[in-house]
Design a protein around this ligand. Structure first.
Ligand SMILES: [Zn+2]
Length: 77
């Protein structure tokens, strides 16, 4: 089962944060059950890895909208 993972960052308290991150693991530690929403099952492994990498960037709404608008041009039909 997929669980959220720690990403290192110098600009957050503790120097790391969970991605996607859930209270269960934030409070209960690494042995607690992950309650994060799962990425869509239809995604390929590569697409999931990219989505997780994007999640780790913690983009703001405008940045996500711009990224989505860009990606939408490459939809398969
Ligand atoms: Zn989690």
């Amino acid at each position: 089962m997929q669980v959220c993972r720690w990403h290192k960052a110098d600009d957050v308290p503790g120097g790391k944060f969970l991605v996607p991150g859930c209270w269960s693991r934030a409070v209960g530690g690494d042995h607690a059950d992950c309650q994060c929403p799962k990425p869509p099952k239809r995604m390929t492994k590569e697409a999931r890895a990219l989505v997780e990498a994007l999640a780790a960037l913690r983009l703001d709404d405008d940045q996500l909208d711009e990224a989505w608008a860009y990606l939408a041009r490459f939809k398969s039909t």
